[in-house]
Ligand binder design. Structure first.
Ligand code: B12
Ligand code: SF4
Ligand code: SF4
Length: 360
């Protein structure tokens, strides 16, 4: 799906500023940088002579509205993260599109491709380009495709004609996402109709963006979600009816990731260094959590499983070189009923070991 939006003031910036002022962005400081805010306000500051943007949506789902929750001993990765990294895949496609447009236009033009890679209110642009409405879960939803799609924008100085903005709200009285969110991150619509999220409570933020400790009171609600969260999309009737499978083969799930045994996952992560992890996940969105962040999440999931079977691997994690991992492992050990006294540190692995191909 694609649409065009032309230069013009953002109508959503006042909302964005209020959201930052209320500190609902937590530690995502890149969102609040003054230079980035001023570029969000005026795309001409990003691309001099900016005239219009081609906004595209690319499906990444498997055609199923929801992933079965599976056994609590097994990991759930959000579906957007199961294949190759969309930042690279979609940006390559947009750059290809720019070359094709150049041959159609018969002249070179200025352009810049963005896929979650710069200060752009991508969802507002997409709404103005006619690609969907803002659901109460804050996702952009299309009435024939649901919400399992990525957005990207090609900013250009070409005078393209704009699409009709998406003007209707199809949520009606539904509040399934608000009721299903396990951490209470979705706050409903404000007086202007904008959906509001407290990102500091969202499992996606807690398991991916947050680099420090996950607040203890939120850990139980994370369940076995070790990277990201899809709950508020899984319950949405528009995905139940219209979820479409990805046509991009790069988004096919990486073998061994979804549904991996938490014990195996922890064992493998304990055996590799931060550098080994980055090598292993270099073309996967999962790399963003880093080795210690993912291991922290796996410890939380093991604690939520609560089985004594998890105790041996958690005891090893409680001796990891990372204090972040050690603290979450101790918390989890308390939940599997074996105590969790602080233990001496283990040395950091040398970086030679990596996860094997058939692994997570
Ligand atoms: C920061 C961020 C996050 C944060 C905060 C999310 C949030 N809801 O704000 C966290 C880490 C939690 C997150 C999670 C996820 N993210 Co994210 N994220 C972003 C990012 C980088 C910026 C979003 C942002 O600026 N948020 C701040 C809020 C205030 O702005 P906003 O979301 O653009 O939209 C607000 C306004 O436009 C306003 N608004 C709407 N209607 C109206 C009407 C009026 C009158 C007014 C005044 C305002 C108004 O309300 C909206 C919500 O507050 C974008 C990429 C980008 N550059 O835009 C991806 C992006 C939004 N994420 C994406 C995805 C896929 C996800 C996850 C599904 C990943 C996962 N499975 O774990 C989850 C979904 C969680 C959810 N329910 O939103 C996709 C969404 C695609 C889609 N169909 O909507 C994006 C667009 C990335 C991409 N290029 O594809 N994400
Ligand atoms: S992604 Fe999960 S935690 Fe975040 S708002 Fe949706 S349901 Fe809540
Ligand atoms: S679950 Fe209901 S309220 Fe939430 S986004 Fe979907 S239609 Fe809207």
């Amino acid at each position: 799906m694609a649409g065009v939006v032309t230069a013009g003031a953002s109508g959503h910036m006042p909302h964005f500023r209020r959201w930052l002022k209320a500190r609902l962005h937590g530690e995502m400081a890149y969102l609040a940088r003054p230079d980035a805010i001023s570029r969000r306000e005026d795309l001409g500051r990003t691309l001099p002579g900016f005239h219009s943007a081609l906004v595209v949506a690319q499906s990444y789902g498997d055609g199923q509205p929801a992933t079965p929750p599976g056994h609590p001993s097994r990991a759930i990765f959000a579906r957007y993260a199961r294949g190759r990294d969309y930042h690279h895949v979609l940006r390559d496609r947009l750059e290809e599109l720019a070359r094709r447009l150049e041959s159609l236009a018969g002249r070179p033009f200025r352009s810049r491709a963005y896929v979650d890679t710069g200060p752009i209110l991508e969802r507002e642009l997409a709404m103005r380009a006619g690609l969907g409405w803002f659901g109460k879960n804050t996702m952009l939803i299309h009435p024939r495709r649901g919400s399992y799609f990525f957005l990207g924008a090609l900013l250009t100085d070409l005078p393209l004609s704009p699409s009709n903005p998406f003007a209707t709200d199809h949520c009606g009285n539904c509040r399934r996402c608000l009721d299903a969110c396990p951490t209470g991150a979705l706050l409903g619509r404000d007086e202007n109709g904008a959906p509001v999220m407290d990102a500091t409570r969202c499992i996606s933020y807690l398991t991916i963006e947050l680099k420090g400790a996950i607040p203890r009171e939120l850990r139980p609600a994370i369940g076995n979600r070790v990277f990201g969260c899809d709950i508020c999309q899984e319950v949405c009737p528009w995905n139940e009816k219209f979820a479409v499978p990805a046509t991009e083969s790069a988004y096919a799930p990486r073998p061994g990731l979804e549904g991996a045994s938490l014990i195996d996952l922890a064992t493998r992560l304990l055996a590799i260094s931060g550098k080994g992890f980055q090598r292993e996940f270099r073309d996967s969105p999962v790399s963003r959590a880093r080795r210690n962040g993912l291991l922290r999440n796996v410890c939380v999931a093991l604690g939520n499983w609560g089985s004594a079977e998890a105790a041996p691997v958690l005891e090893r994690a409680a001796r990891d070189h990372s204090e972040l991992v050690r603290e979450h492992a101790r918390w989890a050990l308390d939940r599997v009923g074996t105590g969790g006294a602080p233990s001496p540190r283990a040395p950091e692995p040398d970086g030679a070991a990596t996860l094997d191909e058939s692994g997570i």
